[in-house]
Design a protein around this ligand. Structure first.
Ligand SMILES: CC(C)(COP(=O)(O)OP(=O)(O)OC[C@H]1O[C@@H](n2cnc3c(N)ncnc32)[C@H](O)[C@@H]1OP(=O)(O)O)[C@@H](O)C(=O)NCCC(=O)NCCS
Length: 194
């Protein structure tokens, strides 16, 4: 169902309706456009973004740092695209990757406003999570959502994430510390490296 064309840092997964691949330096303009076009829609769910988030020059700098992190194996930033790789559907980021006795990371994601309600994030995350579990050998993937973010909660539940707790004033979202429901997906098939 999915194909793995190469290993990190140029990972490109194909799903039924999308290309889900790691970002690279040439994505600066399309990422700036995505955040500019969806700015007001994403605002209630995300940290306060400065102007550089909507500018290609800002993303060029950010992508340099992200590329370094991807090469070091400490974060994996996926972009969700249509099959022709012209239209950005959304983003899904696996960050704070730790290995050793933890083998865990955090997951964050967003879709373009016009792309909600079509199962696109679910489809993309199935592929990206499979990559993170199999190729990056993550044992635990953690994600949190604000209690009123029902779409996010439903998405995580459908992916098999289980509720682990409730954290007061957990993340600084849109300028305020907000409570979050803490969810995690653990990989029962985890194997040590050979
Ligand atoms: C959270 C977010 C990604 C969820 O988007 P979404 O489109 O609801 O997620 P999914 O990909 O799981 O799609 C599920 C929806 O598609 C529908 N759907 C349509 N076709 C489908 C298909 N082929 N397969 C699965 N679902 C399908 C489902 O019925 C469901 O819609 P409903 O909730 O109206 O019933 C999106 O709302 C978003 O980006 N929000 C803003 C940012 C944000 O909150 N980020 C997360 C912070 S924790």
């Amino acid at each position: 169902m999915y194909s793995y064309h190469s290993t990190t840092p140029s990972v490109r997964l194909t799903t039924a309706r999308q290309v889900v691949r790691l970002v690279h330096q040439r994505d600066a303009q399309r990422l700036a456009d995505y955040y500019r076009e969806n700015r007001s829609y994403l605002q209630p769910w995300e940290p306060i973004r400065d102007e550089t988030h909507c500018q290609a020059s800002g993303w060029q700098l950010r992508l340099e740092i992200i590329t370094d992190m991807q090469q070091q194996g400490s974060a994996y930033y996926f972009i969700l695209l249509d099959p022709d790789e012209q239209e950005v559907h959304g983003v899904a980021n696996f960050t704070n990757v730790l290995r050793g006795v933890f083998h865990a990371c955090h997951l964050g994601y967003s879709l373009a406003e016009q792309k909600q309600g079509q199962g696109l994030m679910h489809e993309a995350l199935q592929a990206a999570i499979r990559y993170m579990q199999r190729q990056q050998r993550m044992h635990r993937i953690m994600a949190g959502y604000m209690p009123h973010n029902q779409r996010s909660g439903a998405l995580l539940a459908r992916l098999g994430f289980e509720r682990e707790g409730y954290a007061r004033d957990y993340l600084l979202i849109n300028g305020k510390w907000r409570d979050h429901v803490l969810m995690a997906l653990t990989n029962d098939q985890w194997q040590p490296a050979r």
